[in-house]
Design a protein around this ligand. Structure first.
Ligand SMILES: [Zn+2]
Length: 222
């Protein structure tokens, strides 16, 4: 691995800490999910794929060029491979000026995506929740639209759909995309904003699913 400066070292340690926290919440379990953050050379620190996310060490990140996802530095362990999220993470960095992107495999994200499918819609609308204020530029009186895209056999094949929703003005204020039957990508201008958005969006996923369950039960009552 290339020598990293103290600020990149801090970022690597923070990403490792967040993976452990997110693992504890069931958001990156079963080796799924991932995280990225800013490297000091302007590149993107990228977690390896197919490994237990709660056990990743600070020196096990790749650095990639967000312009094209090409690998700049790799960890010393030759068995490690870069995350399949590479092209998706780089797209969010380029199109939304993000420097940190989280990929969640949370059940709540999958169930929130089901709401769009049930309504034959390409998005989920979230409203009437104080926690909306945790998303940059969003107020608690706003209706916040989140795009839902179809899952594909390989994560890298999501790029085309993601390019479309990131260019869609309906979703200009969103910092997340739900992938149906799969999870979500959530980003921020820095690692701390990505952390906040990740926590807020998971609350919102759980809230919209629980409210829909409650509404369905009331409707089904004789
Ligand atoms: Zn995934």
């Amino acid at each position: 691995m290339a020598t990293s400066t103290s600020s990149e070292r801090d970022t690597r340690e923070l990403l490792v800490e967040l993976l452990r926290v997110f693992y504890g919440k069931g958001w990156v379990s079963g080796t799924g999910g991932g995280i990225s953050g800013p490297a000091d050379d302007g590149g993107l620190l990228l977690a390896p794929t197919g490994v237990h996310k709660e056990r990743i060490q600070p020196d096990e990140f790749f650095t990639v060029d967000p312009a094209d996802g090409s690998i700049r530095t790799r960890p010393a362990d030759p068995a490690l491979r870069p995350s399949e999220c590479n092209s998706i993470f780089c797209l969010a960095v380029r199109e939304r000026a993000a420097t940190s992107v989280v990929h969640s495999h949370a059940l709540s994200a999958v169930l929130a995506g089901d709401l769009a499918a049930a309504a034959s819609s390409d998005h989920v609308a979230i409203r009437d929740l104080e926690m909306l204020k945790g998303i940059r530029g969003v107020g608690n009186r706003d209706t916040h639209l989140l795009p839902v895209i179809r899952n594909t056999p390989r994560e890298s094949e999501l790029v085309e759909q993601l390019t479309g929703v990131l260019a869609d003005p309906r979703f200009a204020s969103s910092f997340a995309v739900i992938v149906a039957d799969h999870g979500a990508y959530i980003w921020g201008a820095d690692v701390w904003e990505a952390k906040r958005h990740t926590e807020v969006y998971h609350f919102l996923f759980e809230a919209v699913v629980a409210r829909r369950d409650r509404a369905d039960r009331r409707r089904d009552q004789p």
